[in-house]
Design a protein around this ligand. Structure first.
Ligand code: ADP
Ligand code: MG
Length: 253
């Protein structure tokens, strides 16, 4: 089967620094693929290249066989490659449910205008978006806080809301950059379960950057390891755990 996403010889230079150096790998539909590596290895830069928030210096990113590198970020998002967990996209003065509904509107081009003009289509959208928001709320177990203002939420719930907002855009691939950072063990385990459910129940493909290695080992179908911008290994969690180069560069340190 053709890969859903292809990263081909991607390089990113910042002046004299090569943050991502000739990296290639495929992402298959329905898998959780994690990118790990020491601080400064180029993981976040790689995600920004895939979501087109940064332009590549060299190489290509393809989604469903079409080049998406260096398109406008919102174009890439609209095609279904969505970077989430940027808390700036959460409106603190709105409730959880309202945030998810707004995300639906932002996704659907003209609907925000229609919403203000009160068009018939907008009223139909409103019903559809409300139903979809309630499905996402159910999937993520947010029923109890659906009508809570975002400003009142603890960190763990904000993370889940970030994920809900990303899901409202109906992504094919979500890119999660350190979603478990700053969460306690229970919150992490809950979010791990949620990410697995997204894969299993919604067939969302997940690209994950995460420092919590036990969580990565538990959740991932495959892992790519970066060190100093280069890919040094790729394989199943078990293969990665037993790879001497990885242990030296990262796991053993
Ligand atoms: P990681 O996420 O693996 O910790 P990053 O992708 O954030 O690593 O950073 C990789 C390298 O690129 C680091 O040396 C970092 O300082 C550098 N870097 C990242 N973003 C920029 C930028 N916008 N301008 C210059 N250097 C950057
Ligand atoms: Mg990073």
């Amino acid at each position: 089967m053709k890969p859903l996403l292809e990263v081909r010889n991607v390089t990113k230079r910042f002046g004299g620094l090569i943050a991502v150096n000739d990296v290639s790998f495929d992402v298959r539909k329905g898998e959780i693929l994690s990118v790990i590596g020491p601080n400064g290895a180029g993981k976040s830069t790689l995600f920004k290249l895939i979501s087109s928030f940064l332009k590549t210096s060299n190489g290509l990113v393809l989604f469903r066989g079409e080049i998406i590198s260096n398109l406008a970020p919102h174009t890439v998002a609209r095609r279904g490659v969505v970077r989430t967990f940027q808390e700036t996209t959460i409106f603190k003065s709105m409730t959880v449910r309202e945030n998810i509904i707004v995300s639906h509107h932002l996704q659907s081009k003209a609907s925000l205008l229609g919403f203000f003009l009160g068009s018939r289509k907008a009223r139909a959208d409103e019903k559809r978006f409300g139903e979809s928001a309630d499905r996402i709320i159910g999937l993520l177990g947010l029923e109890n806080i659906a009508n809570e203002l975002a400003s009142n939420l603890p960190q763990g719930h904000l993370r889940v809301l970030g994920m809900a907002i990303g899901l409202a855009t109906d992504p094919a691939i979500i890119l999660l950059d350190e979603p478990f950072a700053g969460l306690n063990h229970d919150e992490t385990m809950r979010l791990v379960t949620l990410v697995q459910r997204l894969r299993d129940e919604r067939e969302v493909t997940v690209l994950l950057v995460e420092h919590d290695i036990p969580a990565v080992m538990k959740i991932s179908n495959r892992i790519v390891v970066l060190n100093f911008g280069q890919k040094i290994a790729e394989g199943t969690p078990q293969e990665i755990q037993n790879n001497p180069g990885v242990i030296e560069a990262y796991l053993g340190s």
